[in-house]
Every structure is written in C-alpha cells, then in structure tokens.
Ligand binder design. Structure first.
Ligand code: UDP
Length: 379
C-alpha cells in the first residue's frame, strides 16, 4: 500500500497542512451510483484525494450511463468492464474476476462502493480478496425483505466493509442490531443524494426526449417502476400498470421514463400502457420533472427522497421501504400490491395534505464529511 506525504490547503481549515495523500478506487456501475458518485468525486477532488473510478458496465445503455458522465461531469473511468446483461451470479463473478487485477495494479488504500447493486457487492468481494479495506457509502439500509437481491447485496457488503457511512439514524440502528465487528467504523454523514439535489437542481432542465411540454404544465404524476418484485412477475406488473392507467384516465396525467428492463417486461407480458412514457432521461431532466410534477409515484429508492427534498409528495409502489423516516413523518405512503384503497384515491388524499418540514437525511454535506473523514484517517 503506497502512501505519500504532501502539503495542501483545504478551504475552511486554518492553515496549510501536511497530510498523507489518500488513494481511493471507486466502483460504480448503475444509474444511482453515477449520481451519488458525482458528489463524492467532487469532494475528493476538492480536498486532494486521488480517486480512480472503475465502471462495471452493469448499466450500459447511453441513457442509463453515458448521459450521467456528461451531465454531471464525472471523472473518466480508469476502466470500463463489460458485465451488462448478465444474470446476477455471472455478473458478480465476472466483475470480481475483472476487478482483482485492476485493484492489484492501482494499490488503493480503500475500495469505495455505493448502495446495493450487484456492482456494490462485487466490488466489495474483489477488494476483500485483494486485502484492501472497503468503504460502503449508504450502509445500513434494510428492507427486511429477504426476496430482494438488493437486500442480499446490502447485508453482505456491510459485513465486509471497514468504514460504513450511513445516511440515517435507522441505518445506524440496523447496523447496531446486527452487530458492529471489531474492525468496523460506522459514521453517519447523511445522504449523498441530498447533496446531489442541492448541487444540481439549479441546472434542472426539460429535455426533448421527455416529449412535449404542454401536458407537463398540468398537475401530473411522475412515475417510475423497475424493481424485480414489481416487474418480473406478469400479474404484479399488470396490477401496477392498471392502477397507473386508471390514474391517467381519471384526470391526473401520468408520465413515466421507462427503465429498459421494465420496457422488456411490459413487452413480454403484453401489458397495455395508456399513460405517457419516454426513454429514461438524464438526472437534470429528472430533477426538472420532479420540480414540475404534483406527486411522485415510484418503487425507486432515490426518487422517494428526491421527491421530499424538492417538496413533493410520494407514493411508493412497494410493500416496504428502506427510507422509513419519510413514511413516519407522512411525506411518503406505501402502496403495497393488492392494496384495498385505489391508487387514484390515495393520490387525491395525499395531495390535500401539507408536507412536513423535517430533514431526516443530514445537512447536504455528506460527501464533504466522507472526504474529511478519510483525510483524517490518513493523517
Ligand atoms: N433517474 C434518472 N432518470 C430516469 C429515472 C431515474 O436520472 O429516467 C434518477 C432518479 O432521479 C434517481 C436515480 O435515477 O436519482 C434513481 O435510480 P433508480 O431508480 O434506477 O435506482 P434506485 O434509487 O431505486 O436504487
């Protein structure tokens, strides 16, 4: 493990300080990770941490990957792997095999992974086999639904990680309940997605791929759907789409940027969509749409919070959520499969309620806190 000493000035710190330079290998591969990494990469750059990024290729369509590198000015990856389109086990095996020599070549002090995707777990498995400590950003989240691959990825990644940066008090409690291992540090820094909304929402803009502006001026519902539990079972997918069709036909227009795997499943199951769809859009388009909409209806983890950060109600198309604080304060309501109250009724009810004004996910400086913590570790 190579470490070099050099002097830098960090804004806000009293004087120029001689510090140990930190070298980090960051693994990204899926859409939400590009967004989270935008905040952390900037903080690393500003504070003088040397970062190498590897893109696993889990998401590879231009609108699921390249658009984020362009819009968010992400660092050019040191390597792009080709894991896209593989089944979970094969994907993890391939990423681990491809990553290990890259980790050995770079010799980082830490390997950093985000969230709960196959790329997250594969990055952690590759790092542990190369003897490099792991940083997990967005540690401690649990759905307590053992059918979710994301839950398996989270639990295993947390167990392998050395530094666990958590976004919420509930995440801290989950880790404490499972037991903190002697080599682990748990640090609550808040949510990097809060940083991202603050950093990029000024630049939010309509994108032509989103379609005509006319109906965006009505109070519309922004919907997304991509979780396996909703889209991989034709009956469940039909139920979800039917409730959104009904909402659209009952006077609340629905717009959905369709995730590529959802599009495939819709075609396979022969489900008819009667609301407005578009291809996936970039983050700036998405922030613009959240700003314009009346309500967000989603099974996405990221969107549940973005809705709240941007002052919108959210209905979550799941039986449970990892972001329990928003449900507790009434900003987010779950809509489980087989719910007795029709979605349209729930939307109308939600829209009459005021939004609470608490901030459960930190101060919007999670990335800076992560960078500062790592610099202090290196000193
Ligand atoms: N998102 C986006 N374009 C889209 C749909 C979503 O930029 O067409 C963003 C969304 O705003 C959020 C992130 O992608 O920041 C969420 O990703 P996703 O729903 O795929 O994953 P999850 O958050 O559920 O892990």
């Amino acid at each position: 493990m190579s470490r070099t000493r050099r002097c830098i000035r960090i804004s806000g710190w009293k004087s120029t300080r001689c510090i140990v330079s930190v070298r980090i290998l960051t693994i990204v591969g899926a859409r939400p990770q590009f967004i989270k990494s935008a905040t952390v990469s900037r903080a690393f750059k500003n504070i003088g941490i040397q970062e190498f990024v590897v893109h696993t290729g889990q998401h590879y369509d231009p609108e699921m990957s390249a658009v984020f590198f362009e819009e968010l000015d992400l660092p050019k990856p040191h390597a792009i792997l080709e894991s896209g389109g593989l089944q979970r086990d094969a994907m993890i095996d391939k990423i681990v095999a491809d990553l290990r020599p890259i980790i050995a070549e770079i010799g980082p002090q830490y390997v950093l992974v985000f969230g709960d995707t196959n790329s997250t777990l594969a990055g952690a498995l590759a790092a542990v086999q190369e003897g490099i400590p792991i940083i997990h950003v967005e540690a401690g989240l649990r759905s307590f639904n053992d059918e979710m691959p994301e839950e398996w990825n989270r639990i295993q990644t947390d167990q392998l990680s050395h530094i666990l940066f958590t976004p919420s008090a509930a995440a801290d409690e989950n880790i404490e309940d499972e037991g903190i291992l002697p080599y682990q540090r748990v640090v609550n820094v808040g949510d990097t997605m809060f940083d991202a909304v603050q950093m990029f929402s000024l630049f939010a803009r309509h994108h032509e791929a989103m379609g005509v502006l006319e109906w965006f001026q009505k109070p519309f519902a922004l919907a997304t759907l991509h979780r396996m539990e909703n889209v991989k079972h034709p009956e469940r997918l039909k139920e979800r789409i039917a409730s959104l069709n009904e909402l659209h036909q009952q006077g609340i227009p629905v717009w959905m940027p369709l995730h590529p795997s959802t599009r495939n499943e819709v075609e396979k199951a022969g489900v008819e969509i009667k609301f407005i769809t578009s291809p996936p859009v970039g983050y700036l388009g998405m922030l613009w749409a959240i700003q314009q909409c009346a309500i967000v209806i989603t099974d996405s983890g990221g969107l549940q919070k973005e809705a709240y950060f941007l002052g919108k109600h959210c209905i979550t198309l799941r039986n449970e959520t990892e972001w329990v604080e928003l449900v507790d304060i009434g900003a987010n309501v779950l809509h489980p499969l087989g719910a007795t109250e029709p979605l349209v009724q729930k939307v109308r009810r939600m829209l009459k309620q005021p939004l609470p004004e608490e901030t459960p996910y930190g101060s919007g400086d999670a990335a800076l806190q992560i960078a500062q913590f790592l610099i202090e570790q290196g000193n």
